[in-house]
Structure formats: C-alpha cells, structure tokens
Design a protein around this ligand. Structure first.
Ligand SMILES: *[C@@H]1O[C@H](CO)[C@@H](O)[C@H](O)[C@H]1NC(C)=O
Ligand SMILES: *[C@@H]1O[C@H](CO)[C@@H](O)[C@H](O)[C@H]1NC(C)=O
Ligand SMILES: *[C@@H]1O[C@H](CO)[C@@H](O)[C@H](O)[C@H]1NC(C)=O
Length: 192
C-alpha cells in the first residue's frame, strides 16, 4: 500500500509528460504539414483527419504528389481489405435465421469486394502512370460505404441495430479515405 501511494506522484508526472508529448507532437505535425499535404487536405471535408491519416505513413513528409497518391491509395486499400475481411467473417459467423443481418452484411461484403478490386486497379494505373481513371476508381469506395450504411440504417432492433455503430465507423473512415484519394487524383490529373 505504502509503495503504491509513493508511486502515485510519479505516475501523475508521467501522465503530464505524456500529455505534453502528445501536444507537441500534434503541433509539430500541423506546422510541418508539407505544402502538398495542405493542398490536398484543404480540399477535403476533414482537414485534421486527412493530415493525421497521411502522416501515419513516415514517408509522407518527403512525398511529391505522385508518391502521395501511392500512400493514399495504399491506406485506402488496407482499410478496404480490412473491412472486406471483417464483413466476410461476420457473414460466415452469423446464424442464418438472422435474415436481415445476413442480408445487410452481404451487401457490405460485396461492396467492399468491389472497392478492393477498384483500388487494385488504381494501384496498377499508378504503376503505369495512367491517371485518367483514378478519380472514378477512388469514388467506388465512397459509394460502397454509402450503400453499406443504407443497408444498416433505420434498423434499431438487434442484432442488426447493434452492429450499426461499428459498421458506421468503418464506412465513415472509408468515405474519408475515398475523398482523399479523389483529391490526390485531381492533383495528378492537373499536373500531368
Ligand atoms: C490551406 O488553407 C489554409 C487556411 O484556409 C491556408 O492558410 C493555406 O495557405 C492553404 N494551403 C494551401 C497549400 O493551399
Ligand atoms: C467464409 O466462408 C466461405 C465459404 O465457406 C469461405 O470460403 C471463406 O474463406 C470464409 N471467410 C472467412 C473470412 O471466414
Ligand atoms: C481503417 O479502418 C479501421 C477500421 O475501421 C480503422 O480503425 C482505421 O483507423 C482505418 N485506417 C485509416 C488509415 O483510416
């Protein structure tokens, strides 16, 4: 007990240090955001999410628009395949008599399958520097996320209703990433 009490001031100090660290980290991120990142994120609906997401990749500070496209589409691809796995797993592990839930999950699973495939095509297009279809390919993700949301909307009854919040977070992230990719694509189209 005594040992625990004497330890408290340390953990308090530690918390303060953590907080200070995170504040300086956030400040250095926003002031260090490169002009390319600012230019992209300024055109998205969620500036801070956009900057934080792009900076989750350590290569972002040195990225030109072309490389930033790789990073953006790469993040979107990871997100989409993660969600596709999630929905496939959920469909397989839901009892068939929950018809409505299986139906909603399947809509999302199919949608995310299309997104993964579109983002694979985008990646090949980036490799061959053919930028014309990138905008269209990035918007597949936003549409699939909307459709998945609609499949879960308006149902409050369990089990469909109880799955809705987790699904909504995935779709929200996917839509934001889709928007980032779409803006980066415009940037490439304009500079080529
Ligand atoms: C982004 O927007 C901010 C505020 O609206 C502005 O100060 C900044 O110059 C813009 N940056 C670019 C690169 O467009
Ligand atoms: C779901 O079930 C199908 C058919 O049984 C199987 O091919 C697939 O690998 C399973 N997916 C997951 C994520 O469990
Ligand atoms: C991708 O999706 C997962 C699951 O919703 C989320 O936790 C994660 O933050 C997302 N990643 C990015 C880069 O947005």
């Amino acid at each position: 007990m005594v040992a625990l009490q004497s330890f408290r001031p340390h953990s308090f100090l530690f918390s303060i240090l953590i907080i200070v660290f995170f504040f300086s980290f956030t400040i250095s991120i926003s002031s260090a955001a490169t002009e390319t990142v600012q230019k992209v994120c300024n055109q998205t609906s969620y500036y801070r999410y956009c900057v934080a997401t792009l900076y989750s990749d350590p290569r972002t500070p040195n990225a030109d628009p072309y490389f930033l496209a790789y990073i953006s589409f790469g993040l979107a691809y990871l997100n989409a395949s993660n969600s596709h796995d999630f929905f496939s797993h959920a469909v397989n592990n839901t009892r068939p008599h929950h018809h409505k839930l299986v139906q909603s999950l399947t809509i999302c699973q199919d949608g995310y399958k299309r997104v993964v495939s579109a983002l694979e095509t985008a990646y090949e297009d980036l490799n061959t520097e053919s930028f014309a279809k990138l905008g269209r390919l990035s918007r597949v993700a936003g549409r699939a996320a909307d459709k998945c949301n609609r499949a879960f909307s308006g149902v409050v009854k369990a089990p469909v209703g109880s799955a809705a919040p987790a699904v909504a977070v995935r779709n929200r992230d996917m839509k934001r990433l889709s928007e980032i990719c779409s803006v980066v694509s415009k940037l490439l189209g304009a500079s080529k």
